[in-house]
Design a protein around this ligand. Structure first.
Ligand code: SAT
Ligand code: MN
Length: 598
C-alpha cells in the first residue's frame, strides 16, 4: 500500500468484517503503554509482578494450545504452488482467503481493534520497512511496542507516501454475552492460520496470540515476507544475530550468526568473553537485514527494537547480560511465579522454591515432576535495557560484516569450528546445516539431521532452491576482497561417554577470537577436505579446563562419518528438487572427491 487514504479504506474494511466495539490507533507514547498494562491487569489478562523485585513487569499465561509458533498451521500462499517450494505449506490463495474471511467475520465482537503503525529497522535507514498491524489482542500491542518502533511518527511517514505492508491479526475469540472471557482467549488448533500472501506482500493471522504467530512484525514480516522482497530487490532477510567483537587493541568487527532455535543464539549475542581484553556487544539477537552498498561490501541492520528471548535456561551463569536486561520493564510469558510474585523457571540457577504457581497458574510443589515453566517461556524486553548494547545498534547505515557463523546441535561429525574455502563453499555449509533430532516423536528419526538451511527453514517465504541460489548470487555480485568469511561452529559435539566436550558460553570467545584473527589473516589453520580447521596453537586455549584428548577430538575429521554426511546431504538435495543450485551439487561432489583423496 502507498497512501494514507488506502490505509483508511483498509481499516474501514477490517472494521466492517471483524465488527469490533471500538478502534484505537496506537500512538506509542509512555502514558498510553502504562494505561494498556493497567487495563490488562484490571481485566485479569496479566499479573503485575512485585514492583520491589521486578519493577514495571508483567506476566502472561497462555492457553495450553497456544504456546509456540505452529509450523503446521503456517502457510505461504503464493499464486503458484511451485513458488512456495517443498518446505512450505501451501493453499491456493483465493481458497485460503475465503476460509479466513469466514473466520474473521465478527471475530472481534466485544473487543477493541488496535491499529499499530510500526517500522522494522531504524526509522531513517534506507532498507527499513513500515508495517501496519491490526490486532484485537492487547498482549500483542504491548509486545509490539517493545519489539518494534511504533507510533505516530510512522503514520507521518505514511502520510508522506512511504509504502507500507499490512497484516491482519485476530485471536479468533469474539466475546459472547454473559460469558466471562478467559485469561488467554484464542481459537482451536484446526482454526489457527498464519497466512502469508507473498505476491501481495500481505499477512493474515488468525486464532493464535503467541509470539511469532501474532507479533506480525517479527517472523511474518521481517523474515517470511521480507525474504521474498529481498529476493526480488537483491538484498537478504536472515534469521541471524549481529554481534560486535572488540579485541584488546580496541579494533572491532561485526559478525552475523545463524542458529536454529535452542542453540544459544541470544546467549552468543550477549556473551561475556573468558579471554582477557575481549568484548562482545549486541546489535541484534534474532534477525538481520543485509544489503550491499555501492562499495560492494555487505552491511547489516537489526530490524527489531527488543528481544523476545527464551526464559528457560537463562541464568546469571548462562547469560548474565540477559538477566540484567530483564530486571525491570519486562513482559514474561508462561514462566512460573514465586509466592512473592517474582518469576522462576527451570535453569534459572536459583534454588527451586518450596511452592510456586506453574505456567498454568496451578499450585506447584516439590512433589510435581513436570516443569513449572513452559519450555518455550519467554521474556520481552526493549534492547535498550541490555547492559551490552552496541552504540551503533540503530545506525541507519548498518554495520560492515566481516564474518558469518552458522551452526546447530551436532553431537558428532562437525568439528568445533571450520572455515569455508570460498563463499560458494560457505553457502554449501549453510545449506546443509541443521540439528540432530534427539527426542523426536517418530522414533526412526532419532539420530537423523533436520536440515535447516541458514536456520531459515520455517521462515523462507519462497522456494528454498531459489533462496540458496540467491545466496550464491549475492556473493558473486560483491567485492570479492571484502566478502565475509563463513564459519561452521558446533558447540555441541559429544565424546564417547555422551558428554559435551566444549564448555560453551563465555568460552566460545576463544573461537570468536580465532575467527577475528583469521579475518585479519593473523591466525593459522590446517587445510582439510571440509575446510580450514584451527591449528593446535592458533586457537587460544590458555586456562581452559578441557582435556588434551577432547581438544584433539573437537577438531578431528572422521572421514567415514563425513562419507555418511555426504550421502545424507545428497538425499536432502533430492528433496529440494530441480531448483537445487548446481553450484551446491558441485560443492558436494568436490567435498566427496577431497574426502576420497584425504
Ligand atoms: O515465537 S517466535 O517465532 O517469535 C520465536 C521463535 O520461535 O524463534
Ligand atoms: Mn528466532
Amino acid at each position: 500500500m502507498q497512501s494514507f487514504s488506502e490505509l483508511e479504506k483498509w481499516v474501514d474494511e477490517v472494521k466492517n468484517l471483524c465488527q469490533p466495539d471500538s478502534i484505537h490507533f496506537v500512538t506509542g507514547d509512555k502514558a498510553e503503554e502504562k494505561s494498556f498494562f493497567e487495563e490488562l491487569v484490571r481485566d485479569q489478562k496479566a499479573i503485575q509482578l512485585n514492583p520491589l523485585l521486578r519493577p514495571n513487569s508483567y506476566a502472561f499465561f497462555s492457553d495450553p494450545s497456544d504456546v509456540a509458533r505452529v509450523e503446521k498451521r503456517t502457510f505461504i500462499a503464493s499464486n503458484k504452488k511451485e513458488d512456495a517450494g517443498p518446505t512450505n505449506n501451501w493453499i491456493e490463495p483465493q481458497k485460503l482467503k475465503k476460509i479466513m474471511t469466514k473466520l474473521y467475520k465478527g471475530s472481534m465482537k466485544g473487543r477493541t481493534m488496535y491499529v499499530i503503525p510500526y517500522v522494522m529497522g531504524p526509522i531513517d535507514a534506507p532498507i527499513s520497512k513500515i508495517g501496519i498491524e491490526i490486532t484485537d489482542s492487547l498482549y500483542v500491542v504491548v509486545n509490539m511496542i517493545k519489539m518494534t518502533r511504533t507510533g505516530t511518527q510512522v503514520l507521518d511517514k505514511i502520510k508522506n507516501e512511504t509504502p507500507f505492508y499490512i497484516g491482519l491479526h485476530s485471536i479468533g475469540a469474539p466475546k459472547k454475552n454473559g460469558v466471562i472471557d478467559s485469561m488467554w482467549p484464542c481459537a482451536k488448533m484446526q482454526k489457527k492460520y498464519i497466512a502469508h500472501f507473498p505476491d501481495e506482500k500481505l499477512i493474515w493471522s488468525y486464532g493464535s496470540g503467541y509470539g511469532g504467530n501474532a507479533l506480525l512484525g517479527k517472523k511474518c514480516l521481517a523474515l517470511r515476507i521480507a525474504s521474498k522482497i529481498a529476493y526480488d530487490e537483491g538484498w537478504m532477510a536472515e534469521h541471524m544475530l549481529i554481534l560486535k567483537l572488540t579485541n584488546p587493541d580496541l579494533e572491532s568487527k561485526y559478525i552475523l550468526g545463524a542458529f536454529p532455535s535452542a542453540c544459544g543464539k541470544t546467549n552468543l549475542s550477549m556473551l561475556i568473553p573468558t579471554i582477557p581484553g575481549w568484548k562482545v556487544e549486541t546489535i541484534g539477537d534474532d534477525i538481520a537485514w543485509i544489503w550491499m552498498k555501492e562499495d560492494g561490501k555487505l552491511y547489516a541492520i537489526n530490524p527489531e527494537k527488543g528481544f523476545f528471548g527464551v526464559a528457560k535456561g537463562t541464568s546469571y551463569r548462562s547469560n548474565p547480560n540477559a538477566m540484567k536486561a530483564i530486571e525491570k520493564n519486562t513482559i514474561f510469558t508462561n514462566v512460573a511465579l514465586t509466592d512473592d510474585l517474582d518469576v522462576w523457571w527451570e535453569g534459572i540457577d536459583k534454588e527451586k522454591p518450596k511452592h510456586l504457581k506453574d505456567w498454568q497458574l496451578h499450585n506447584y510443589d516439590i512433589s510435581c515432576t513436570y516443569p513449572a515453566a513452559h519450555p518455550n517461556s519467554r521474556f520481552t524486553v526493549e534492547a535498550t535495557e541490555s547492559p551490552v548494547l552496541a552504540n551503533e545498534w540503530e545506525d541507519p547505515n548498518g554495520v560492515l560484516i566481516s564474518a558469518i557463523l552458522i551452526g546447530g546441535r551436532r553431537p558428532s561429525t562437525i568439528p568445533l569450528v571450520h572455515e569455508a574455502l570460498s563463499w560458494k563453499h560457505g553457502v554449501f555449509m549453510g545449506s546443509m546445516m541443521g540439528s540432530e533430532i534427539t527426542a523426536a516423536t517418530i522414533s526412526d528419526q532419532i539420530g537423523m539431521v533436520r536440515r535447516d538451511p541458514f536456520a531459515m527453514l520455517p521462515f523462507i517465504g519462497y522456494h528454498v532452491g531459489d533462496y540458496l541460489q540467491h545466496w550464491i548470487d549475492m556473493g558473486q555480485k560483491a567485492n570479492q576482497e571484502f566478502l565475509p568469511k563463513i564459519y561452521y561452529v558446533n558447540w555441541f559435539r559429544k565424546n564417547d561417554d555422551g558428554q559435551f566436550m566444549w564448555p560453551g558460553f563465555g568460552e566460545n570467545s576463544r573461537v570468536l577470537k580465532w575467527i577475528f584473527e583469521r579475518v585479519d589473516q593473523k591466525a593459522s589453520a590446517k587445510l582439510t577436505p571440509i575446510g580450514y580447521v584451527p591449528d593446535r596453537d592458533s586457537i587460544d586455549l590458555s586456562n581452559l579446563d578441557v582435556s588434551e584428548k577432547d581438544i584433539e577430538a573437537l577438531t578431528e575429521i572422521d572421514v567415514n562419518l563425513w562419507f555418511d554426511e555426504v550421502k545424507s546431504i545428497r538425499a536432502y538435495y533430492k528433496t529440494i528438487g530441480n531448483k537445487c543450485p548446481i553450484d551446491l551439487v558441485n560443492e558436494l561432489n568436490q567435498l566427496e572427491f577431497r574426502l576420497k583423496n584425504y
